[in-house]
Design a protein around this ligand. Sequence first.
Ligand SMILES: C[S@@+](CC[C@H](N)C(=O)[O-])C[C@H]1O[C@@H](n2cnc3c(N)ncnc32)[C@H](O)[C@@H]1O
Length: 296
Amino acid sequence: MKTGYLAPEGFEEELERELEGVVSRFGRLFIADGPPQKVYWVQDVWFDPEIIPFSSVSEAARLLKERQKLWAYLPYQNIRRALLIKDKLAYFAPKPLPFPAPLPTSPLGSWTLIDANTLLAAAHCQTPFALGEVHFQENKRVPSRAYLKLWEFFLRTGFSPQPNEHCLELGASPGSWSWVLQGLGARVTAVDKAPLDPAIAVLPRITFLKKDAFSLNPDDFPDVDWVFSDLICAPEKLYAWLLPWLEAKPNTRFVCTLKFLGAADREVIEKFAKIDKSGICHLFHNKHELTWYRQG
Ligand SMILES: C[S@@+](CC[C@H](N)C(=O)[O-])C[C@H]1O[C@@H](n2cnc3c(N)ncnc32)[C@H](O)[C@@H]1O
């Protein structure tokens, strides 16, 4: 048994460091022995990828169609020939999603050409998004594109703040996460040393605290339902700050970006991973970051 792992663009080395038993690599796609491994720097997982020899474009398309109706194509080699095959498959061009939206439900396979006469294909993949890419209908008026991370997180997990819930947000400026949260009807306490964008600061249900996030204590926020952090800081520092909060607030949900300078520190990632009821993922909209969350 083998499994395919598609690295997020630019983070191939992070994935390679995590994977064991890699037997081959095709651009961003790594094939490793055995069932799926627990790795974080991955954009999609290809289950049971098959090597499929073929002699003509029509045959390649037929072999894919026999296995699955909808296919996402990963450009790698022999791209012109691959596009001829793609043209013979069922039309598939997913539109950017609005937010909120339900998760796509159509089964979707992924394929590429590894040479002129060989397909590499997996009829089942981990995410319902083509190549794990989550494209939204973007809002150009929001002060930063960071809001796409939260949209993607809420879409993927299916859980998000409810109207009137209280969200404490650390490192909130210029305010695109605050905009998302207040747009869901939540009350937001936005903390940053820098001010919010004026257009965000005037929105209802947003209270701004000009403070060092690391000076905040759990006792000062008795009714907090969610803690969000997009702070630029070492993950180790965030972890130390979080510990008393996790203990004091067992029912509070957390969503935090872990930002890395240079190679990601596996040791600190594992510390976050060990936190009870928590998970870690690399969102399509994350850069050199992972998203850690606790579901409360
Ligand atoms: C990536 S930006 C956050 C972007 C924000 N999520 C948005 O959607 O607009 C990180 C923010 O963390 C803030 N920050 C860094 N260290 C901080 C600290 N110790 N206390 C408060 N804010 C801090 C910075 O001022 C910066 O505004």
